[in-house]
Design a protein around this ligand. Structure first.
Ligand code: GAR
Length: 216
């Protein structure tokens, strides 16, 4: 098997998607290894869990760089390079990125967003999905581009919106699908099976006939 891609997971909080990626990467045949978990918040719950798995962790506290997002990102980039990171997976990393970090990691940085992009970019996605009355909601893993919650879509997972849903019940249903699609998307990217042409991602490999939509 080709070398597993050294992947950093960037978190800000509880880290349930990080967990899903760590679990997937426990399989030696998984094409990525989680080589670093980095948080911008020292109190992120996910840090402790990553450490329990023996994964190196790092904190770059954005509060140490007041008013200077790029300086914060330069430090993040330095830590990533220090750990010989090849791919970056943002998993609930709640910082708006500047072109510096985005350009440094073009096609090597992916993000999970709790909505079927391009609908519901930004925050409070479940509240807004309920307000708009959509019947189908979900999550998206995409390459990170200069625009927030934009960039070529790798995998989407859809869930129904049910009568009686609250933002919390809907969030829980979406989170389940997030934990399925993120390991799948990272595997596709790490295995070199994705090709980006403009806004489109196509996937290579016969065994991945319809990898891009998960419909539970
Ligand atoms: C996830 O639902 C993720 O999709 C979302 O934050 C949550 C993090 O949960 N990300 C965003 O909203 C980014 N725009 P987790 O820490 O348990 O993975």
């Amino acid at each position: 098997m080709a070398q597993r891609k050294r992947t950093a997971v960037l978190i800000s909080g509880r880290g349930s998607n990080m967990n899903a990626l760590i679990s997937a990467a426990l399989d030696p045949n998984y094409p990525a290894e989680i080589a670093l978990v980095l948080s911008n918040r020292p109190d992120a719950a996910g840090l402790e869990r990553a450490a329990r798995f023996g994964i190196p962790t790092a904190v770059v506290d954005h509060k140490d760089f007041p008013g200077d997002r790029e300086a914060f990102e330069r430090q993040v980039d330095t830590v990533l390079k220090d750990h010989n990171i090849e791919l970056v997976a943002l998993a609930g990393f709640m910082r708006i990125l500047t072109p510096f970090l985005v350009n440094a990691w073009t096609n090597r940085m992916i993000n999970i967003h709790p909505a079927l992009l391009p609908s519901f970019k930004g925050l409070a996605t479940h509240e807004r999905a309920l307000e708009e009355g959509v019947k189908l909601h979900g999550a998206t893993v995409h390459f990170v581009s200069a625009e927030m919650d934009d960039g070529p879509i790798i995998v989407q997972g859809a869930v129904p919106v049910l009568d009686g849903d609250t933002p919390d019940t809907l969030a829980a249903r979406v989170l389940e699908v997030e934990h399925k699609i993120y390991p799948k998307a990272l595997a596709l990217v790490a295995a070199g099976k994705t090709k980006v042409t403009g806004a489109r991602v196509t996937t290579r490999g016969d065994e991945e006939v319809a990898p891009a939509l998960i419909w539970p």
